[in-house]
Design a protein around this ligand. Structure first.
Ligand SMILES: *Cc1c(COP(=O)(O)O)cnc(C)c1O
Length: 351
């Protein structure tokens, strides 16, 4: 067993001593009460559906997530996309111009951008064979100022999931926090780490409604972590960071369980069909990497050329050739059946 984990040793001093902003809705909470009149927030009282400030704690959305994911509400924080959640994590734990983080390229670009914005050194440790993390090299790259290690599983843009044994080694041996980005977990048959949250006090899991839930436009990111971590994040978040329309749409969608499941199943089956078609029938595709996400990474003869040719056929994909270990790689999101047909036709036409 490792020594008792103490989150307070990781939190920035100014955040520990912070007096959080207290909004009108924090100070008198029962906004649903019918016989009260609310003259406390300088809102326009003429009713139009959104004239009132939104619930700063998004209680209805959290209640529903709490029931469906079987996790206490105190372990959940919601943000304006996962991007906001990730930024809050930086600002609670990383001291500008002093601390550092570790990312594992090729991976999601926002980790590095947020590190730059927050003046935090980004130590890059490339993924190894089959795009798996090298735990020894990662651990030897850490020092006393390493606060966060970012693991994206399933990983964007490679599509693979990281081996649970490797994640567990890092969780056990690293003294800082592991951020596990599960943006694509709903497309994977592999289990989320959510059920293990209570076992690992240094684990932060992020998920999003932007991908499988089909709500990229409303911006809702989810963070699951220990109550202590969630409390610090809550203290620094903008009071009304998730707007009312977003909360409404999220609730509606989270209740449409069958609809979401059905779309995910279709996308997984389209992913399989697309992979087979690309492997068998397009000569310049050298490799189609295995994917647990709603996209495929492929290696071609000349990524820049193929990318341009596809644009001429009206198909926009993502050119990843400049990412480390991704020379001549393209990332293709799985579309609906007709879109994938059009993509396949275009890929064949440019042979
Ligand atoms: C798309 C994506 C997200 C989602 O970010 P939002 O801000 O919630 O839309 C997060 N992480 C990864 C790795 C992604 O690819």
């Amino acid at each position: 067993m490792k020594t008792a984990f103490n989150i307070h040793t990781l939190v920035r001093d100014n955040i520990k001593s912070l007096q959080p902003y207290s909004s009108a809705r924090d100070e008198y909470k029962d906004a649903s009460s019918d016989n009260m009149i609310f003259l406390d927030a300088n809102e326009n009282p003429f009713e139009n559906g959104v004239n009132r400030y939104p619930d700063p704690q998004q209680n209805k959305v959290k209640d529903l997530l709490s029931t469906t994911k079987k996790i206490a509400k105190e372990n959940i924080l919601l943000g304006n996309g996962s991007d906001e959640v990730l930024d809050l994590i930086f600002r609670v734990f990383c001291e500008p111009n002093k601390d550092n983080i570790i990312t594992l390229p090729p991976t999601y670009g926002m980790y590095g951008v947020l590190a730059n914005i927050n003046a935090i050194e980004n130590r890059k440790v490339l993924l190894k064979d089959e795009f798996q993390p090298d735990s020894d090299q990662i651990l030897s790259t850490t020092d006393k100022n390493t606060k966060l290690i970012f693991l994206c599983s399933p990983n964007n843009p490679t599509g693979n999931s990281f081996k649970p044994e490797i994640i567990e080694v890092l969780l056990t041996k690293f003294k800082g926090l592991i951020i596990l980005d599960e943006a694509y977990i709903d497309f994977s048959k592999k289990e989320s780490w959510l059920s293990k949250l209570n076992q690992f006090p240094n684990l932060i899991i992020t998920q999003t409604l932007s991908k499988a839930y089909g709500l990229a436009g409303i911006r809702l990111g989810i963070c699951y972590a220990s109550k202590e971590i969630i409390k610090f994040l809550n203290n620094i978040k903008p009071p009304y960071n998730v707007n009312h329309l977003t909360q409404q749409r999220a609730l509606k969608r989270l209740k449409s369980f069958d609809e979401v499941t059905n779309e995910i199943e279709q996308l997984i089956s389209e992913r399989k069909r697309l992979k087979q078609e690309l492997e068998c029938c397009v000569s310049y595709i050298e490799k189609v990497y295995p994917s647990d996400g709603n996209f495929l990474l492929i290696k071609v003869d000349d990524a820049n050329k193929r990318y341009q040719q596809l644009i001429e056929y009206g198909v926009v994909i993502r050119n990843r050739t400049n990412q480390p270990l991704c020379e001549n790689c393209l990332r293709i999101s799985v579309g609906i059946c007709e879109e994938n047909q059009k993509l396949i036709r275009a890929l064949k036409a440019i042979q």
